[in-house]
Structure formats: structure tokens, C-alpha cells
Design a binder for this molecule. Structure first.
Ligand code: ADP
Ligand code: MG
Length: 301
């Protein structure tokens, strides 16, 4: 296996809860229990678990956006310590993140071009920014005219493409998507995931996608981490995790994936490569509701 790009060891996170008594310590809840994570250069990894299992907490700590209560994180051998913006400059230069909600994550007062330019400006990246922005918008599948549009004029899928353009414009080594598909309509989920995977391959980046949908990630992830109640209960190559899940919780997740029969029956994964998500029409819709990429207005909020 290639070099480890991102390494977390014993990563734990406690949250202090509101005091219920006047005396004595405030109660503490541990939401992440000593997670060990290696992300290798150039690989695609999925972090799977149900809502509240600690996925966002884990990736935020790995990207230096949140403190760990215990444990260490290293990116390319360098310690990651969330201590103010300046010390994180080098890490932001080398990473990009796409969040779940394409409605909330874009500044409504900025044009698409300005939004995508922001990392180039704040990271003080040299070069012809106009050209870089034009190239990246084209690459994520946004028509040239949209560069001067404002987010309210875009569909949900288009907004998420803008968020992806912003996350990769500075050519990071690691792209993280925290449930980047879950606010989108089912049909869009597959195309966004495909775009992320294509970009990862083209650019040789590492890709980490957080999702609660094991069915969706199985077509793109080289490896899967399964998070349950703040613990990584299982990890492994995607194929073996699907066909030979060891942990009872993973087994339940695998069995819940539509039309996936866990053998006993013959392994079917070779030659079995439907488009991601295309076999999952029953997946629940996110709060964004249906959104068509062909529409140019979006009235939901
Ligand atoms: N500031 C906080 N105070 C107390 N609990 C928190 C706080 N932030 C997150 N949590 C709890 O930590 C757990 C993990 O949250 P999160 O990492 O967002 O899970 P996921 O992304 O898997 O849905 C959840 O139970 C959540 O309620
Ligand atoms: Mg989350």
C-alpha cells in the first residue's frame, strides 16, 4: 500500500453536557472513542455510520477543524493541531472539504466565480485565477455563464458542484466530503459521487466520503471504515467488508443495502458494476428534496 497521508491515533472526543447538579463535575459524554485511522495517498475511503455515530466529529478532527480530547493526528508526517488560522494555513492548502448542505455552504452575496476564487485568494496561490476558475468550473460540469450567477439561481446539484469546485481549485492532496450527497435527490447523488471519484483518479488525490448509505459508497470506495457509537467497529477493503463482514453491526448495514445478497451465494462483485446509486431508488430523500440539475432556479430552502 502507498504512503500514509493522514494518520489518526487514539482520537477521542468528549462533550461536556449541561450541569444537572450544582456541585460536582459537569457530566461528560464521549462521542469518539480512540479512533485509529490511516488514509493512504491516492485512495478512496468511505466512513460509514448512522446519524450521531461521530462521523463529522472524526473528519473535523482529522482536518484540524476541531480539537480532540485525546489522541494525535498527522498529515504527511506533520502534527495537526487546531490552533488558529495561521498554523492551519499549510493544512488548508493541502485539503479541501465539501459539506452536506449546498444551500448553507455558499455565501449568497457572492457570485460563483468569487466563491470559487476564495481559496485561491486566502491561500495566496499564484497564477491566473480567472483561468483556474474557468477550468475548474468546466471540469465540475458547470456552464461558463454560471460564473457570474449567484447561488440562489442554481439548482441543488449545481450548488454542490460549485462547492466541489471551491474544494479542489487549489489542487489539494486530500478531498473530504461530509455527506456531500445526502441533501440531494437520489439521481443526483450518483452523479456527484461519480464526479468526486473521477476527480480523485485524475488528480491522484485521496478522497474520504462520509455517508450513512453503505449502498451508495460501495461502488467507489477502496476501503470502508464503519463507525458505530463513536467507535470504529470494522474497517477493510470494500469488497471483503461486503462479502465477509465481521462485526454484527456491519452485517446489519450490509443486509440493509437493497438488492445486495451477502453470500453464501456466489460473490457477484466482478463484472457487477452498476452506476452508483442507480439501484437505490427507495433511498430516503434529504431535506433539500428533489432537485433537477437542468433547472436554473431553486425555491426550496
Ligand atoms: N457540541 C456538542 N455537545 C454535545 N454533544 C455533541 C456536540 N456536537 C456533537 N455532539 C454529539 O456527538 C455525537 C456525534 O456527532 P456527529 O459527529 O455530528 O455525528 P454524525 O456526523 O455521525 O451524525 C452526536 O451524538 C452529537 O449529538
Ligand atoms: Mg455528520
Amino acid at each position: 500500500m502507498s504512503d500514509v497521508l493522514l494518520r489518526g491515533r487514539g482520537v477521542s472526543r468528549d462533550h461536556r453536557l449541561p450541569r444537572t447538579k450544582v456541585f460536582g463535575p459537569a457530566p461528560v459524554r464521549r462521542v469518539l472513542h480512540g479512533a485509529d485511522v490511516d488514509i493512504h495517498a491516492g485512495e478512496a475511503v468511505a466512513i460509514i455510520g448512522e446519524s450521531g455515530s461521530g462521523k463529522s466529529t472524526l473528519v473535523r478532527i482529522l482536518l484540524g477543524l476541531q480539537h480532540a480530547t485525546a489522541g494525535t493526528v498527522e498529515f504527511d508526517g506533520r502534527p495537526v493541531r487546531p490552533r488558529g488560522i495561521r498554523t492551519q494555513h499549510w493544512l488548508r492548502r493541502r485539503t479541501g472539504i465539501v459539506l452536506q448542505d449546498p444551500y448553507a455552504s455558499l455565501n449568497p452575496r457572492l457570485t460563483v466565480a468569487r466563491i470559487v476564487a476564495e481559496p485561491l485568494r486566502s491561500l495566496q496561490i499564484d497564477g491566473d485565477h480567472r483561468r483556474l476558475i474557468g477550468e475548474v468550473l468546466e471540469r465540475v460540469g458547470l456552464p461558463h455563464e454560471l460564473a457570474s450567477a449567484y447561488p440562489h439561481a442554481l439548482s441543488g446539484g449545481q450548488r454542490q458542484r460549485v462547492a466541489i469546485a471551491r474544494a479542489i481549485v487549489h489542487r489539494p492532496d486530500l478531498l473530504v466530503g461530509d455527506e456531500p450527497m445526502s441533501a440531494l435527490d437520489v439521481t443526483l447523488r450518483a452523479s456527484i459521487l461519480e464526479l468526486l471519484r473521477d476527480l480523485q483518479r485524475e488528480r491522484g488525490m485521496s478522497l474520504v466520503v462520509v455517508s450513512h448509505d453503505l449502498g451508495l459508497v460501495r461502488h467507489f470506495a477502496d476501503r470502508v471504515f464503519v463507525l458505530h457509537d463513536g467507535r470504529i467497529v470494522e474497517q477493510g477493503p470494500t469488497h471483503s467488508l461486503f462479502h465477509h463482514p465481521r462485526h454484527e453491526y456491519t452485517r446489519r448495514l450490509v443486509d440493509a443495502v437493497p438488492r445486495f445478497s451477502r453470500p453464501g451465494a456466489a460473490p457477484s462483485a466482478t463484472g457487477d458494476a452498476p452506476r452508483p446509486g442507480a439501484d437505490d431508488p427507495s433511498a430516503p430523500r434529504g431535506p433539500g428534496g428533489p432537485a433537477s440539475e437542468s433547472t436554473t432556479t431553486h425555491t426550496e430552502e
